[in-house]
Design a protein around this ligand. Structure first.
Ligand code: FES
Length: 291
């Protein structure tokens, strides 16, 4: 069944790619000048994507609408429907902030997901209008079936949204499975200056066992973060230094060099940070700082 569903979703790429690129442009233009709002919606303050938290509410509430309709508890069903629509809107705003910094296949799938959610929302609004209109007297058949259809579209949208996270790893920490190892290991910078030191004033790539680090030297002090951005894997060694932080070149997440603390989104996760020291032989060695 998953292959059959995957084929249907992949086939949507024909319209989802150009539509997603279009949405990306205007969402990016909307959120770029207001990083504090975007951070709030991404969930950096929570250390967890806010969209993932908010989506549970409408799905639960809108399922409850079906149950209340079956029990013919009309007022309760209508109030739940309004609450479901409002929480859906809140989840959509948070999701739009994540969507603004989503690329490639994940953007395509996120476009299918968000389109299904918007269609579900419109069908729910139609159901609410029919309920409020009361034109057909006591008969709520059309209103009830409209919200059932909307729930099916919502469930399809939630399935695709799950795919964006679980299958494509969007908004998942790129360091989820990285061990905290505390052993000192030899650090090999990819480049050295004429004096045989790590170049100053810009990040430099370095090898630490199986890991790649972004190293920054400030005089005698050498600071290092993991090179792979926790947000979506951007190379921090190709980023820039700003206010004691390393800025990712892909979506401009900002991590404090001393401890990897996320200072600006779209990342909601901190970056692994490393202690670096000189060896007696004149080289460098590093180990991961405790988080
Ligand atoms: S990959 Fe998105 S901010 Fe680094």
């Amino acid at each position: 069944m998953d292959r059959w569903l995957a084929r249907i979703i992949v086939a949507q790429g024909r319209w989802a790619k150009p539509f997603g690129d279009f949405n990306h442009r205007w969402l990016h233009a909307l959120f770029r000048p207001i990083p504090a709002v975007r951070d709030l919606l991404n969930g950096r303050w929570l250390g967890h994507p806010l969209h993932g938290v908010l989506t549970d509410a409408p799905i639960g509430i809108l399922f409850l609408v079906i149950v209340l309709d079956i029990l013919d508890l009309r007022t309760a069903a209508d109030v739940a429907l309004i609450a479901g629509i409002l929480t859906m809107l809140a989840a959509a705003v948070a999701g739009a902030a994540d969507y603004a910094d989503t690329d490639g296949t994940a953007r395509e799938r996120a476009t299918v997901h968000s389109t299904l959610m918007v269609v579900a929302l419109l069908v729910y609004l139609a159901s609410l209008a029919i309920r409020g209109g009361g034109g057909a007297g006591d008969d709520r058949t059309v209103a009830v079936w409209t919200s059932v259809v909307a729930f099916l579209i919502l469930a399809a949208g939630a399935y695709v949204g799950g795919d964006v996270v679980y299958a494509l790893g969007n908004m998942v920490s790129r360091h989820a499975f990285r061990g905290a190892g505390t052993k000192w290991i030899a650090l090999e910078p990819a480049e050295l200056d004429d004096a045989g030191d790590i170049p100053e004033g810009r990040p430099v790539k370095g090898r630490l066992g199986i890991n790649t680090l972004a190293i920054v030297r400030r005089g005698e002090a050498v600071l290092a973060l993991h090179d792979t951005c926790a947000h979506a894997g951007g190379p921090l060694s190709e980023g820039s230094i700003e206010d004691g932080c390393l800025v990712c070149p892909w979506h401009f997440s900002k991590y404090r060099l001393t401890d990897g603390r996320a200072r600006r989104g779209p990342t909601v996760y901190d970056q692994p940070a490393y202690e670096v020291r000189r060896t007696e032989a004149g080289g460098w060695e590093a180990r991961r700082r405790p988080s």
